[in-house]
Design a protein around this ligand. Sequence first.
Ligand code: SF4
Length: 120
Amino acid sequence: MKSEKNTSRRVFLRRLLGVGAAGLGVGALVSACGGGSEETAAALCADLSELTEQQIAVRESFDYVSETPNPEERCGNCQFYVPAEGGESCGGCQLFAGQVAAEGYCTSWVPRTGAAGAGV
Ligand code: SF4
């Protein structure tokens, strides 16, 4: 039981740190992603070369994958998704730094609400 509490606290703190890091890096990283077909977008959106080791560690704590195992739950219809701009292929996530694909997924997926609920 104690171990579960420690694990939950550790995951929470890593995610909290990730939110701050994401706020600094999402805009630049979203704009840095090149264009391409949807098939190659997932591969392109996995480029971590612009991230620090800490940013990568935070990102990994979310168990992000570039192809969702469940099409009903994907970045493109998640509350935290930052859509790609100007024809770019990769979007971003408000929770961690780096590019994410609209067809990606992580364990913090939350359905998008409000007027923008249609998703990408
Ligand atoms: Fe971010 Fe995860 Fe939502 Fe994708 S599913 S936008 S990675 S919180």
